[in-house]
Design a protein around this ligand. Structure first.
Ligand code: ZN
Ligand code: ZN
Length: 347
């Protein structure tokens, strides 16, 4: 099979290797599509503590089961599936609550285990036992399904925000995650939704998602625009879907009383500190929420949102590339020329 191996920062190579051999309790998946995540870009540029090269990365995976090992129950050859990335311990109190993403003993497909930038991948036994494959309806579109993982993270992020009917929402960061936040806020019944970014190119691509107001915060004063559009009150919810400390600081200042804020994007490891006016949080009764990855039930919700077209995955996918062009795809994501770029094994 062909597989793209990450060999170290800036180095990736498509190689011909044996199809993984399925042992007892394991499952072999024929990958149909693997979307490129911002994290794949960061791994490609800098490496990652969970990725030991040479490794096959890629974790936004949809495919079909082609072989099941001895003793596997509940999965069949021919099932269309989405891979659930986090394989957790299954025993800790977070796992018992179904919060696999908060388990202290996580391992990830596409990091610790070989991922989806390959024609085939194996779900390890522990993942099979923990239900790390979400079975889709037989008519599911697997290209669209590759967006279930990122959308599940957006579902998790908004689960903390309690977006109410008619509330105003500001999303900072018009990449694919920001666009999914716009679509999800709409599903929650938000009123006006503002989408801000410093890149005009990204804002242009994001037109298709139908925010109410697009703000180029490199050219316009974000605070002024938001206050003008909200009768001086600020927004009820602000979501920072960008790796920017200054965007986080700014978002806090744009919230109305009882506003909620999501720090959706992580900050660079060497610069994780921001200046935070805690009096705003105090006097305005602001809620500030972090979010990391997602848990299995949110994959299920995300899948339903996609195949009922409540979130239109096709609108978010701007580029479909063959495996040989994975580095090109990573570059398209990095430079913001793509909204969602997906590697398709059928290309
Ligand atoms: Zn991802
Ligand atoms: Zn656990």
């Amino acid at each position: 099979m062909r597989a793209a191996f990450f060999l170290g920062p800036g180095k990736m190579e498509v190689r011909d290797v044996e199809i993984p051999r399925v042992e007892d309790g394991e499952i072999l998946i024929k990958v149909a599509a693997c979307a490129i995540c911002g994290t794949d870009v960061r791994i490609f540029q800098h490496g990652h503590s969970h990725v030991v090269p040479p490794q096959i990365t890629g974790h936004e995976i949809a495919g079909e089961i082609v072989e099941v090992g001895k003793g596997v129950e509940g999965y069949r050859v021919g099932d269309k599936v989405v891979v659930i990335t986090v394989i957790s311990c299954g025993r800790c109190s977070y796992c018992r609550k179904g919060l696999q993403n908060l388990c202290p003993e996580q391992k990830y497909i596409g990091y610790d285990y070989p991922g989806g930038f390959a024609e085939y991948m194996k779900m390890p036994r522990k993942g099979v036992e923990h239900g790390n494959l979400l079975v889709l309806p037989a008519d599911a579109d697997l290209l669209e399904a590759s967006l279930v993982e990122p959308l599940s993270c957006v579902v998790n992020g908004q689960s903390y925000l309690n977006i109410g009917l008619g509330e105003t929402v500001l999303v900072i960061g018009a990449g694919p995650i920001g666009c999914m936040h716009v679509a999800m806020a709409r599903n929650h019944g938000a009123g006006k939704i503002f989408l801000a970014d410093i890149s005009e190119e990204r804002l242009q691509l994001a037109q298709r998602i139908g925010a109410d107001l697009y703000i180029n915060s490199a050219q316009e004063n974000l605070k002024e625009v938001v206050l003008r559009a909200t009768d001086g009150l600020g927004v009820n919810v602000a979501i920072v879907a960008a790796s920017s400390g200054s965007a986080q600081e700014q978002a806090l200042e744009l919230l109305a009383p009882q506003g909620r804020m999501s720090l959706f994007g992580g900050l660079p490891k060497d610069k994780p500190t921001i200046t935070f006016n805690s009096n705003i949080v105090h006097y305005k009764e602001i809620g500030v929420f972090g979010v990391f990855a997602s848990h299995a039930s949110q994959y299920e919700e995300a899948a339903k949102l996609i195949y009922t077209q409540r979130v239109k995955a096709k609108d978010l996918i701007t580029h479909v590339l063959p495996l040989e062009k994975v580095v090109e795809g990573i570059d398209l994501v990095k430079t913001g020329k793509a909204l969602k770029a997906v590697v398709s094994m059928e290309k």
